[in-house]
Design a protein around this ligand. Structure first.
Ligand code: 4AD
Ligand code: MG
Length: 482
């Protein structure tokens, strides 16, 4: 008697015929008091369990229903029905957890179509749906591929702090972190909160990025990456923003911006290829889902390509690279801009690009991923390397179809004097960041890096429309359930 995971057993297929096996899982459907579709999460596929009505105890039979968890002992046989190679002829069934059918009615486990909103309300149960199961397996594969890519390319995985004392990066609004009793805050002589009495003896926050610490690590280890949770208290209730998300930040000593773009493109293609190679069942399911969703959209908002086609398209084509200045020219003269279709019209150089502009460039103008670079210094962070024109910095954003910005990065300002001047004009606290400045004092080198939002990548690969559906338990404004 061998115990199998369902994925493993299905993979064995006809080789397993005549074997006595044990499988465990949750009942997805139960037809004609005879056919159980059993799933254990290892794959989107179910194994069919056929029971012999007569030979099973009534007590057991009554407890087999959708949602119940069971253990099956039986013999693998060739399936008579269509849709599967093998099935299990059950000899014995044990019930782990039965389900009251009436209570099941209230849940998303009952087998019918539920809205994604409804699934979110029962996020603890949605792991058992086909859609969310597929997304979570793809998410896992992508995370694994990310580690594999960097490991295989000689990068070291660095864990940067989640609790930080510097609020200098300016990447987003921060969450404060304290162990003060908030109803009874200690005040100083100036009647302001006295943070010296707080746990760390100063004001602290949850990190918005591990970059600055990763830079320090790269100045000794050469090639590093971080991959951890990141927190932003922006009140942006969009389908692309989370208050807690996971970010991958490679940082490489001696890389200039061109190297940085090459790394970003190679990396993105690698992880997309990895998903195509390792998540075929799940992507086939999500592809079908994507096509159905697209067909319900107005024509001008539909994707020209199916999900898998879009992933393959990314692999085949070189990302378009153009400067911010070139992009502004294209946008200024674009139809939607002239016809007043943009919510934020592009009037002049210096404007910050919104996701509508990014998506116009990617989806309508170039029909390709785009890397925009050399942005105006005024709209980018202090640490980005100043160009000779003194107006632009060596920033880059990678823009993807259906997503907009998926990566943000730059070549860093490695010149001590330029950095210090920049910090001063941008009111960055150089006392707090003394250690960051130190990295430019002791053997500074040109270096570059970027940040990829994991959930934006998962959105792209799964073709889902809302970032809340690609992370197990999303945190967004006014929502921290589960
Ligand atoms: O462009 P951002 O803010 O860049 C940084 O934080 C740099 N320190 C990265 C670096 O150079 N090491 O964020 C990087 C990426 C974005 O392109 C986006 O994919 C994702 O992080 N991101 C978010 N994802 C989900 N929810 C949010 N609120 C996000 N904010 C940024
Ligand atoms: Mg950005």
């Amino acid at each position: 008697m061998v115990s199998y995971g369902i994925k493993e057993l299905i993979l064995k297929g006809k080789d397993a015929v005549h074997q006595e096996v044990i499988v465990k899982g949750w009942v997805r459907s139960f037809r004609s008091n005879r056919f159980i579709a059993l799933n254990d999460g290892s794959t989107i596929q179910n194994i069919q369990v056929v029971i012999d009505y007569e030979s099973l105890e009534e007590k057991i039979l009554n407890q087999i229903s959708v949602g119940a968890s069971i253990k099956v002992k039986g013999e693998v046989v060739e399936s008579q029905g269509r849709g599967q190679e093998i099935e299990i002829q059950a000899k014995k069934i044990e019930i782990y957890g039965a389900v009251n059918p009436e209570e099941l009615q209230e849940t998303i486990l009952q087998p019918k179509k539920h809205s994604l909103e409804k699934l979110r309300e029962q996020a603890h149960l949605r792991f058992r749906t086909n859609t969310f199961g597929a997304i979570m397996r793809v998410r896992h594969a992508l995370m694994f591929a990310i580690h594999k890519y960097y490991n295989d390319h000689g990068f070291f995985y660095i864990n940067t702090p989640i609790i930080t004392g510097s609020d200098a990066e300016g990447a987003g609004e921060m969450f404060n972190l304290t162990n003060f009793d908030l109803d009874n805050l200690p005040l100083g002589d100036d009647s302001l909160v006295d943070y010296k009495q707080d746990f760390f003896g100063k004001k602290t926050h949850l990190t918005v990025s591990g970059q600055l610490e990763a830079e320090a690590a790269a100045m000794g280890l050469g090639k590093v990456y971080t991959f951890g949770p990141t927190f932003r208290a922006e009140n942006s209730n969009t389908s692309r923003h989370l208050a807690e998300f996971w970010m991958i930040e490679p940082e490489v000593a001696f890389n200039d911006l061109d190297d940085n773009m090459d790394l970003a493109e190679d990396f993105m293609k690698y992880v997309v290829q990895y998903a195509l190679d390792h998540c075929q069942d799940d992507l086939a399911f999500l592809d079908e889902r994507f096509n159905k969703e697209q067909s319900q959209k107005p024509k001008d908002q539909r994707s020209d390509l199916g999900l898998i086609e879009r992933l393959e398209y990314i692999l085949k084509n070189k990302f378009v690279r153009l400067t911010y200045t070139e992009a502004i020219e294209i946008l200024k003269n674009s139809k939607p801009n002239k016809k007043g279709k943009f919510k934020y019209p592009i009037e002049e150089w210096g404007a910050d690009l919104q996701s509508e502009h990014e998506r116009y460039l990617v989806e309508k103008h170039f029909k390709s991923p785009v890397i925009l670079f050399d942005y105006p210094a005024d709209i980018k962070a202090f640490y980005m390397r100043l160009n000779q024109d003194k107006k632009t910095v060596r920033a880059m954003d990678v823009l993807f179809p259906g997503i907009g910005e998926i990566i943000g990065g730059s070549q860093r300002e490695e010149r001590l004097d330029v950095l210090k001047e920049k910090m001063e004009t941008m009111h960055i606290d150089s006392e707090e960041l003394w250690w960051y400045i130190d990295t430019r004092r002791f053997g500074t080198v040109p270096h570059s890096g970027f940040g990829l939002g994991l959930e934006r990548l998962v959105l792209f690969v799964t073709g889902m429309g809302n970032i809340r559906d690609v992370i197990p338990f999303p945190r967004t404004p006014k929502n921290a359930a589960f």
